[in-house]
Ligand binder design. Sequence first.
Ligand SMILES: [Fe+2]
Length: 283
Amino acid sequence: MPAAVALQPLPKKLSTEVVFKAKPSLPLAPSPSPEGTIGRDIQPPIYAPVQHETWRRLYDRQSAAIVGRVCDEYLEGRAKLCYERERVPRLADLSERLRACTGWQCVRVEGYVPEATFFLLLAQKLFPCTDFLRHPSELEYTPAPDMFHDLMGHLPMITNPRFASFFHKFGLAGINARREEDTVKLGRIYWYTVEFGLINPTAHAGAARDQRLTKIYGAGISSSVGEIAYALSDAVKKTPFDIERVAATPVEIHHMQDELFEIASFDELEQSFEAWATAQSLI
Ligand SMILES: [Fe+2]
């Protein structure tokens, strides 16, 4: 396993192919925290009343949509993070609550994070979060993930020790990836787990699989009302998780997914990733 790495300044240049983070589509309010500020030192922008109202509307819609559809680990994380409903949360507050759970912290970024930086952050148990919130006209859909996606989609899962351990290993594997093909495979694994992962304890039970037990853990789904309903519908094929197959399945970022992968447990996710990454000499 690689030694701990020193945090490097975050480059402003955007990656053109990485799906990990996206550039905001709307101008950002000036933030008092420079990109790269970590944890409790992150100072929040001054949000306008309309932005607090946008947050509340997003929060209420998502809270109703997730009932019975997200996994227990997500709900437990959501409870531990104690989100405010009435106002846009402070990244510093959420980061401190996250740190108390798993030792991870938030780092403020403005948008895209180049993949090398992204891996470097994860390897240090730092998750990059934006502090810009989508325009009120984009409640249904935003082409670029905003802070609602980062905070309500990703952070709850990182409070879970098993998921957080997988995510840390993912970062370590990423900083060791030297070949383009390894980076592409890591991107696919990220997409079909961290962003669009499903969990079902009967995923590998064949004919005995119970589709009623399928729940959401991927942030791309849990943070989007439209994705929540669609992902669990019959329009999406559910395939038992097989990391080799996942690594070989191209990502389609411009359309809703027509196939998603179900893990049976987060133990399976971590163990299968560790075995795969070890076999690729990435960890
Ligand atoms: Fe995301």
